[in-house]
Write a protein that binds this ligand. Structure first.
Ligand SMILES: [Zn+2]
Length: 322
């Protein structure tokens, strides 16, 4: 796969695509000016990161190694590739650095995806959705420079403004604004094409973060996953989040449990053109947690277990009916 040029000189998008509902295929943005190069987010495993580096070598003038990396947040699909840029400065928010210890490690992912029981819904789901990734040999490399609030830097002639917008998708989300190019790299506060997942929440905070992106008045918004959108795409995404918040709160008010509420929302055909409907289960559990239901789990593996339960049941019901 090659990089694609984005809005003016010096910006190149690495945009891996898979089937609807894929996990781990995050957009990365290469910024280059003069002999300086920066990369916003790094891929999920060694194979993808080496492919990105090879694509950059085909595109960039020789002698422009990546000197600066930005991680929009601490999820592995945005930072596991850090390990393959030795010597680079790695910038992220202080809250993302603190979040690193709560993330699922590459070793845990390797076990879950390739060694857990495929007859159990979580093992089945991990293989179905993450089976293409190989996490062996990945060392988690945390940020070397952290900030609170905002942080500006230059890549050659290109100005990059980092703005902390978390907690929303995770505790430490940041977006990268390139005012001269009219581009925002939004990380996972914005998804396109699939239902989103937001680990931290609540949905009102994700709305606030997406509104902060909109306020930057950029023409091109690069979501963490999916195609580049414009301001109208962000507005549509905000209305999705508000719809879902309303659907969840209404069922919480009626006394439904979190899993039953999510299954009921999905049975009603909630935004059926989007992939990964099981993420609605995760979002519902997180929203219930913020609504004061302390028994609703918010750890990643517990949330994945609930989503896998829905996906497994739905998959087998569909197979039986088809
Ligand atoms: Zn992601």
């Amino acid at each position: 796969m090659d990089l694609t040029a984005l809005s003016g000189d010096g910006l190149y998008l690495w945009a891996p695509r898979g089937a609807a509902g894929s996990w781990g295929l995050a957009n990365c943005l290469l910024i280059t000016s003069g002999d300086d190069t920066a990369l916003i987010d790094t891929p999920y495993d060694e194979r993808m990161t080496r492919a990105l580096i090879a694509a950059a070598d085909r595109t960039l003038p020789a002698g422009a190694p990546v000197r600066t990396i930005v991680n929009t947040h601490a999820n592995g699909d945005h930072c596991f590739g850090n390990a393959f840029f030795p010597g680079a400065e790695i910038i992220s928010s202080q809250a993302s650095l603190e979040r690193h210890c709560r993330e699922i490690s590459p070793q845990q992912m390797q076990y879950l995806v390739h060694a857990s029981d495929p007859a159990n819904p979580l093992g089945w789901y991990a293989r179905e959705r993450f089976g293409a990734y190989d996490y062996t040999g990945i060392t988690v490399v945390p940020p070397t420079v952290t900030f609170n609030g905002s942080y500006d830097f230059q890549v050659g002639d290109i100005e990059v403004r980092l703005l902390e917008v978390g907690p929303a998708h995770t505790a430490g989300d940041l977006v990268a604004h390139l005012p001269g190019q009219g581009v925002v790299m939004a990380g996972d506060v914005i998804f396109e094409g699939d239902h989103p997942v937001h680990w931290e929440g609540p949905l009102a905070e994700v709305v606030r973060a997406a509104e902060a992106v909109l306020a930057l008045d950029a023409e091109h918004i690069v979501p963490g996953h999916g195609r580049v959108i414009g301001p109208d795409g962000v507005r549509a995404y905000i209305s999705y989040l508000r719809d879902l918040e309303g659907e969840i709160r209404e069922r919480h008010g009626r006394g439904l449990g979190a899993y039953e509420a999510a299954a009921d929302i999905l049975a009603g055909g909630f935004h059926p053109h989007l992939g990964a409907p099981e993420r609605v289960v995760m979002l519902t559990f997180i929203e219930y947690h913020h609504l004061g239901e302390a028994t609703a789990p918010i750890e990643m593996v517990d949330l994945a277990t609930q989503a896998a339960r829905w996906a497994y049941t739905h998959h087998h019901a569909t197979v039986a009916a088809g």
